[in-house]
Design a protein around this ligand. Structure first.
Ligand SMILES: *Cc1c(COP(=O)(O)O)cnc(C)c1O
Length: 509
């Protein structure tokens, strides 16, 4: 069957026209104009965003995106940007807005956006020196800089990753192989079945996921109890290690969290390090959230003890105000990174190591990899680390103020006093039934999101629905927070009144 002649003609494109879109020495004017037009649209949207969200639903948005004919390009960049406004920019979730209070997403610093534009234009790939040159050395300087800030010692090393999830996976891969080889266990199901990982009940779910990917037993991750401030209890950790030993199991790693995702709580790092040292167990510190303290002018001490870790996860895209992705895994002993090494003849042959050619792929789970480090580099070179730390300090201060607001407000109950910048709380006026309180909090969060006026997160604490705010925007004021609390109380109160009235008018009989 042949295509109609008109369609064949339309699908044929002049190769010279296609080449106009390649970024080369011959298209620099187009590069400048097109990127400037894109920047203008984003700037315009920022200028007009008076809410963090429009409240759009998947049902509203899906037909608009479905209607786009991907086989038929638009007339020009301007038309594509108009369409982009319709399908994305108008209804995106804006993390720079002071009433975006939901997840661990930060507003980003402009030096990092400059880095983002440069790194994607040059498009270095950080797997091998012969695809990146200076990019490799810049990443290595930043790994060394971070390891020094942590205090990991002279043999430290690491690599940038796509995020905390990947960093935790790689850390546990290294820990697994170190534990297995030290115990003289051959690779295979028998060894995998014996390995255990201990983390607190407030640890991140990526630990569970990593354990599954690493072939461990379905029950390999044991949750250690926390104290009232949701920090891992050292006595419970020691007991769990002893229990594993009695059962003939091998604890391959303890994952301490420096900044739990829900509560921002920091596990007691010095005591945890003592216990791990005494038991000869790999200590991984998941500082995906708390890493901003590394540059804090006033709160670095909250991470005391992190320097004793065998490996550390840091997410610059959480508390260093970097755009996604920007993250790293650091290790105390660079030799442990060999567990992630595979030599391919075409890419990183073993002889490259002898020739001292720096190939980062030898340390990474990824092959082709973005030069994300450039964003942090320009941030440090333009702002400096103290300025980044000052931004993080501001949001931690703001969370302390917000805690006082909540603790003094009879409409709300707050779970922990924050060490970092999250608050977990719920609307709970006196005298309401537990299930009504639960549903009202769930409703309030959804109603708030549907209005788009503010975004907060939700989580469960001890079986009950709670709300969570994560402060990462220094522009969020105490008034913003007070205003959002009023909105939550209004939505929750409306729900509780309506449901109580319904039950009175139609009693269950
Ligand atoms: C966010 C987070 C992670 C996961 O990091 P991603 O960058 O989202 O993959 C891991 N651990 C903690 C404590 C986190 O807060």
């Amino acid at each position: 069957m042949s295509l109609p002649a008109a369609l064949v003609a339309a699908s044929r494109t002049d190769p010279a026209v296609a080449r106009d879109h390649l970024f080369t020495a011959g298209t620099l004017d187009r590069y400048r104009t097109v990127l400037a037009a894109g920047i203008d649209r984003v700037a315009h949207r920022f200028a007009t965003a008076d809410q963090p969200f429009t409240g759009v639903t998947p049902a509203d948005l899906a037909p608009r995106i479905e209607a786009v004919d991907l086989d038929r390009p638009l007339a020009d960049t301007g038309a594509a940007l108009d369409e982009l406004h319709d399908v994305y920019l108008r209804d995106a979730v804006y993390f720079h807005h002071p009433r975006y209070l939901a997840h661990l997403n930060c507003p980003v610093v402009i030096p990092a956006l400059l880095g983002e534009a440069v790194l994607s234009a040059v498009n270095s790939s950080l797997d091998t020196w012969d695809q990146s040159a200076g990019g490799t050395l810049i990443e290595r300087r930043l790994v060394d800089w971070t390891a020094r800030r942590i205090g990991l010692g002279p043999a430290a090393d690491g690599v940038f990753t796509s995020g905390g999830t990947q960093s935790n996976l790689q850390a546990l891969l290294l820990a697994r192989e170190e534990a297995r080889t030290r115990a003289g266990l051959r690779p295979g199901p028998a060894a995998l079945a014996r390995l255990r990982v201990l983390t607190s009940t407030a640890g991140h779910f990526s630990v569970q996921k990593a354990a599954r990917l690493l072939g461990l037993d379905p029950d390999a991750v044991r949750a250690v109890d926390t104290d009232g401030q949701r920090r891992m209890r050292p006595d419970a950790l020691a007991r769990e290690i002893a229990r594993c030993r009695e059962d003939g199991l091998l604890v391959m790693a303890v994952v301490a969290t420096a900044g739990t995702t829900d509560f921002g709580s920091i596990d007691p790092l010095p005591q945890t390090a003592d216990i791990c040292a005494a038991a000869g167990v790999w200590l991984h510190v998941d500082a995906a959230y708390g890493c901003g303290l590394l540059v804090s002018p006033t709160r670095r001490h909250l991470l005391d003890g992190i320097e004793r870790a065998d490996s550390v996860t840091v997410d610059y895209h959480k508390s260093f105000f970097q755009p996604v992705s920007s993250s790293a895994l650091l290790v105390r002993d660079r030799r442990t990174l060999r567990h992630a090494t595979w030599h391919a003849d075409y890419l990183n042959p073993a002889r490259a190591v002898e020739q001292r050619i720096p190939n980062q792929v030898d340390k990474s789970l990824q092959t082709t990899r973005r030069f994300d480090a450039l964003k942090l580099w320009l941030t440090l070179r333009i702002m400096g680390p103290d300025a980044v730390g000052a931004l993080f300090d501001e949001v931690v201060d703001r969370a302390a103020q917000a805690w006082q607001l909540l603790a003094a407000d009879p409409r709300f109950e707050v779970v922990t006093r924050p060490a970092l910048s999250t608050l977990v709380f719920r609307w709970r006026p006196a005298g309401l039934a537990a299930d009504l309180v639960d549903d009202a909090n769930l409703y309030a969060r959804e109603a708030l999101a549907a209005s788009g006026a503010a975004l907060v997160a939700g989580t469960r604490v001890d079986g009950a629905h709670h709300l969570k705010v994560t402060l990462l925007n220094p522009e969020t004021t105490g008034d913003d927070i007070a205003g959002v609390l009023d909105l939550i109380a209004e939505h929750a109160g409306w729900y509780a009144r309506t449901r109580t009235a319904d039950e009175l008018s139609c009693p269950v009989g």
